[in-house]
Design a protein around this ligand. Structure first.
Ligand code: GUN
Length: 299
């Protein structure tokens, strides 16, 4: 029988642990965890994401601050806001929602966030700590951290002897995901658009992680029988069967056919998606523990 991972349920268990940790920090050190979320412009999808992040922060017992800035905000104004948030002792995490409007130099903004408050794990200091295997010193990007929770709940902490293939080499996901798998002793291949015979490479994977942004690209005959398949794609495609002009969400994996071959698989929606916000909350409470000089919980 194939196990279909319930991302909402796993995310809820992480959120429960975050709530317990934030309450304990309040009780033991008198510190209330704080998260600032910044959004610039009018993109409706980004506004929806940011609202759920701010709302979840409140549910976790955090101070939750949201800065909603107009499209015409300048680089200097946003940089000044980041500096103010960097200095604010009541805030332990800062997230600037991406993408920023086109006139911004996003990289400069992201790199100006203090690494210890970079709960998105995008600062080069955090990327570097992950690359050197210092998992307890830095903050790990939320989506790979969430995907890794599934991998560890399936295979345990030690992936010795297992082949893992990550399709996609982005800084936001593919590279950090590969580093996390490597840190857990997997034998890791990063595949991408220039990889020769991608299907054959994937068929070698005990753990196959797809993050390419191409709807249902991974087919059943790419999957090793009994593999764990983690789908990080979110693609909106036309769904004429639901009516004219309707659409639906699919991942990078052709779910129905791959579910027949895999032992464990994540759905889209309801797989990795809900984990991203959960791991953002986890990173924020971790940052608060460290600032208070306490050993941070693990999630
Ligand atoms: N936009 C889409 N996903 C993310 C994310 O994980 N972090 C930020 N900052 N922006 C995003």
């Amino acid at each position: 029988m194939t196990t279909v991972i319930d991302g909402k349920q796993v995310a809820a268990s992480v959120i429960d642990a975050v709530k317990t940790a934030s309450q304990a920090l309040k009780d033991q050190a008198g510190v209330k965890t704080g998260l600032a979320v910044v959004i610039v412009g009018n993109d409706p999808a980004s506004h929806a994401y940011v609202s759920s992040k701010s709302k979840m922060a409140k549910e976790c017992g955090f101070t939750s601050v949201q800065h909603t800035l107009p499209e015409e905000t300048t680089q200097e104004d946003l940089a000044a806001l980041v500096q103010t948030l960097n200095k604010d002792e009541t805030l332990h995490g800062i997230l600037v929602q991406l993408p920023l409007p086109k006139h911004f130099n996003s990289e400069a903004i992201i790199q100006s966030i203090l690494p210890e408050k970079d709960v998105d794990g995008l600062h080069v200091v955090n990327a570097g700590k992950l690359a050197t295997g210092d998992l307890d010193g830095g903050l790990v990007s939320c989506t790979p951290a969430g995907a890794m929770v599934f991998v560890k709940r399936t295979h345990g902490e030690d992936l010795s002897g297992l082949n893992a293939v990550v399709i996609g080499r982005s800084n936001l996901f593919g590279k950090p995901m590969a580093q996390l798998l490597l840190a857990a002793n997997a034998t890791v291949t990063i595949a991408h658009s220039r990889t020769k015979d991608l299907a054959a490479v994937c068929r070698n994977a005990d753990i196959l992680v797809a993050a390419v942004g191409r709807p249902e690209m991974v087919k059943a005959d790419w999957v090793k029988p009994g593999a764990t398949v983690i789908d990080v794609g979110i693609n909106r495609i036309a769904a004429p069967e639901k009516g004219e002009g309707k659409s639906r969400l699919v991942g990078d994996v052709a779910f129905d056919e791959c579910a027949k071959v895999a032992a464990v698989i994540t759905p889209v929606p309801g797989g990795v998606g809900p984990m991203t916000i959960a791991m953002l909350m986890a990173n924020t409470v971790i940052a608060a523990y460290r600032k208070a000089g306490k050993t941070a919980p693990k999630f």
